[in-house]
Write a protein that binds this ligand. Structure first.
Ligand code: SF4
Length: 390
């Protein structure tokens, strides 16, 4: 198997680090708590002139690749720390300079500053926000406290209520929750489900072979994360109607059924997003910050370089031609079309760079085999299926 089409895929999502600081001090955060500390050199916020240049670069890229619409993702740090007045100026600066492409606005927030005023602004600009919350208070607060060790869970729940309201719901991008093996998966799912988000994305903690995630140190063949997630899959899979999309499960099922595109954690599709820092630096996948200092640096800035130049850079090209970056083990794995070798940062070791199977390989195998086994079994029961079980 090999990539047959080596033409670069344009960027269609622009992750914009409009704020470089956060009021929470989450102990697993890839921006502040890992190898790369480059946030210290960033301005506190993106300036309006940088946002205007960002708009010009996005427009140039969209015209060159005939894109009708792109996603602009307000990210940080915590983007809502900037306040509505300043965020409006940033959005206007981007919008004023993107006459040839429609912008779909998104953002990711810790929820602590998501107020009625923010919701009104989001309705005005049609900005949808994802909310980061890991579970009920005790589980969430195990990792997501502020800089003085204080819980802001009440504020996060207020955000969930606003986003779950009739006005907020069309603008709720869903929940992002980091898996914590110390939490009960059923209680976690039951709590998050009670908030009525449109989707839940369970993220595996960032780690790699030199800094394994919790529960994986010295136990590479253990499957604690698959076991944790499969407890939730057992519940979710049988729910009718199924009101919540769980991206991790839906991606596996879609790829199993023949889809070629999914979220960046799975599959072999080219990466189609790029990160712009508060000072205008263009960076590759920002979660690579957990691997080594400067891992996501491209040495480019929107004032000097275009997104097409970033597209042609060696690090982005290697992410576009995903097959060539895989380890030999992954290239010969029967699950590679679904797994794609795992999330890029999870593959890293100082010895081999990114040419390793994921540090979660054993979990991914069990998760994929169990989910696809269940779906395959049910498909074979359908009338007319050639392999129908009798
Ligand atoms: S990470 Fe593991 S499961 Fe995924 S493709 Fe590589 S060998 Fe297969």
């Amino acid at each position: 198997m090999a990539d047959t089409d080596l033409r670069p895929e344009p960027f269609v999502s622009f992750v914009c680090k409009v704020a470089s600081r956060c009021n929470l001090n989450c102990d697993y955060c890839y921006v502040y708590q890992h190898a790369d500390q480059s946030w210290r050199q960033q301005p506190l916020r993106m300036s309006t002139s940088t946002a205007a240049q960002l708009g010009r670069r996005i427009n140039e890229h969209a015209v060159a690749h005939r894109l009708d619409q792109v996603d602009v993702i307000l990210h940080g740090g915590e983007p809502l720390l900037l306040g509505v007045r300043y965020l409006r100026k940033l959005c206007e600066a981007v919008a004023d300079n993107t006459p040839d492409v429609a912008i779909r606005w998104n953002g990711q927030t810790n929820g602590t500053a998501y107020t009625d005023e923010v919701l009104a602004f989001c309705r005005e600009w049609d900005i949808s926000f994802g909310l980061s919350i890991d579970g009920p208070r005790a589980d969430n607060d195990r990792h997501r406290l502020d800089h003085s060790g204080r819980s802001l869970f009440d504020e996060v729940e207020r955000a969930a209520a606003l986003l779950g309201s009739a006005e907020g719901r069309p603008l709720w991008g869903g929940v992002l929750a980091v898996v914590d093996l110390a939490a009960d998966p059923v209680a976690t799912y039951s709590y998050l489900r009670s908030l009525h988000p449109p989707s839940i994305d369970f993220l595996l903690p960032l780690g790699h072979h030199d800094a394994p995630p919790p529960g994986k140190k010295g136990a590479p063949d253990g499957t604690p994360y698959a076991d944790w997630l499969l407890r939730i899959f057992d519940l979710w899979y049988h729910e009718r109607p199924q009101p919540i999309r769980i991206r991790r499960f839906r991606d596996i099922i879609a790829l199993y059924l023949g889809a070629t595109h999914s979220s960046e954690e799975w599959g072999l599709q080219p990466v189609d997003f790029i990160v712009v820092e508060a000072n205008g630096e263009i960076q590759a996948v920002d979660t690579l910050k957990v691997t080594y200092p400067g891992a996501c640096d491209l040495g480019m800035n929107i004032f000097e370089e275009s997104f097409d130049q970033a597209l042609r850079s060696a690090p982005v090209q290697s992410r576009q031609h995903s097959w060539q970056t895989l380890s030999d083990t992954c290239q010969s794995c029967d699950l590679v079309r679904i797994c794609g070798g795992g999330y890029f940062p999870h593959r890293y070791s100082q010895e081999n760079g990114f040419r390793n199977p994921s540090v979660y390989c054993a979990d991914l195998k069990k998760l994929i085999r169990t989910v696809t086994g269940r779906v395959g079994h049910d498909l074979r029961k359908l009338p007319g299926h050639p392999g129908r079980d009798t």
